[in-house]
Design a protein around this ligand. Structure first.
Ligand code: FAD
Length: 353
């Protein structure tokens, strides 16, 4: 018997869920979304991400990131057209950020991910950049989201997934949008920040974490992330070079509750100043005048108070929904782990029904 599934949302969460579900030929899958790969919109977080792998979860919640790394590594090694390349990452810590930012596992000195990501080592004092107290280095990846999102879509299409544009006012509307013409047995909700206002979900725990970036032509390796800046609590310093000529992303901000879609020029200048300070070689030692800007951008990370929501629910009319939203700043680095859980939940529902 065919399992009719409609996935709501075509960001990295919806696309990865659809891809893993489509490996079961009995699943007939339709993806419906307001925004699709190729779009740039403030309501669509995925294109704005760097995106790299810098683990954030504590050990207890590390499943999503742990389970994602092997697949991203495999794609990097075996599928160059997916638009991912290996990059060394250097993380610099300041003691004064301990209270504010050390809750992020990334900045711990003995993190769980040291046995997952290759080549982990503590930096010697000579390798730590001025103004910082310690640091570490490991091998990570950087995903060119401009290439990777269409690639994910193409892999879904290859497996028979059908894509449709639709704006849902209620999650239940997805039930009647399957390309099969039959009502869906299961809906996957991957609408991210859309879940705040989507009827039938209206999750008040959803809140944007605004991220402003500058994309430049300059190249820079290794990637860099620092534990804090002196420019205010919402400002960050990170650099990552995308694969396949995708430019280098300079970040950034993490501004909770801020919905502003227009890049702030003052923030942009501070982002560029911090970038050339932590990696002067980025601009050939010329300061921000040595940067060649491709564009300024803003994305809203789909943050959820209390953490990601991956669980199933039965709607009043008996339709099952599997939620997969609220990935904040780790949607790519947790994408396969979360989608794998979606598949498990769908399998459990199918066994029950
Ligand atoms: P989205 O990409 O927002 O997709 C939501 C989908 O739902 C869209 O298709 C939208 O149209 C659809 N939708 C919503 N409401 C409706 C509706 N009512 N009807 C129909 N469709 C609807 N992550 C990393 O792993 N590594 C990084 O380095 C990284 N860097 C980041 C840097 C920045 C500046 C930002 C902004 C984010 C970054 N992230 C990073 C986080 C990552 O981008 C997100 O976690 C991820 O993109 C979330 O994907 P998603 O599919 O859940 O949501």
């Amino acid at each position: 018997m065919a399992n009719v599934i409609v996935v709501a949302g075509a960001g990295v969460s919806g696309l990865t869920s659809a891809l893993l579900l489509s490996r079961n030929k009995a699943n007939k899958i339709t993806v419906v979304a307001k925004h699709m790969p190729g779009d740039y919109d403030i309501e669509y977080a995925s294109p704005w991400a760097g995106a790299n792998v810098l683990p954030m979860a504590d050990e207890e919640n590390s499943r999503w990131e742990r389970r994602t790394w092997p697949e991203l590594k495999r794609l990097t090694e075996e599928v160059p057209e997916a638009g991912i390349h290996f990059q060394k990452a250097r993380v610099y810590r300041r003691v004064k950020d301990e209270e504010a930012n050390y809750s992020d596992t990334l900045f711990h000195s003995n993190p769980w991910y040291k046995s997952v990501l290759p080549d982990y080592r503590e930096l010697s004092q000579e390798e730590v950049i001025p103004g910082h107290d310690s640091g570490c280095e490991f091998t990570s990846v950087c995903i060119n989201t401009v290439i990777y999102l269409p690639w994910l879509l193409s892999q879904c299409v290859k497996n028979g997934v059908v894509f449709k544009r639709a704006v849902l006012s209620n999650i239940q509307d997805a039930k009647l949008l399957s390309h099969t013409g039959q009502p869906a047995d299961i809906i996957i909700n991957a609408t991210a920040l859309g879940s705040l206002k989507l009827g039938g979900v209206k999750d008040m725990a959803m809140i944007p974490a605004r991220g402003q970036v500058v994309v430049v032509r300059n190249e820079c390796s290794p990637m860099v992330a620092t534990s804090g800046t002196d420019d205010g609590e919402t400002e960050m310093a990170y650099i990552m070079q995308r694969a396949l000529g995708g430019g280098t992303i300079l970040g950034g901000t993490y501004d909770m509750g801020n919905w502003e879609s227009v890049p702030d020029p003052n923030i942009a200048v501070r982002i560029m100043q911090r970038a050339v300070r932590v990696a002067p070689e980025l601009a050939g030692g010329k300061g921000i005048e040595g940067l060649s800007v491709i564009r300024h951008g803003v994305g809203l990370r789909p943050n959820r108070k209390g953490g990601v929501r991956i669980e199933d629910e039965v709607l009043e009319d008996g339709t099952s929904v599997v939620h997969n939203y609220g990935h904040a700043g780790w949607g790519y680095q947790g994408s396969y782990g979360c989608a794998e859980r979606v598949v498990e939940l769908v399998d459990e529902i199918q066994r029950r029904n």
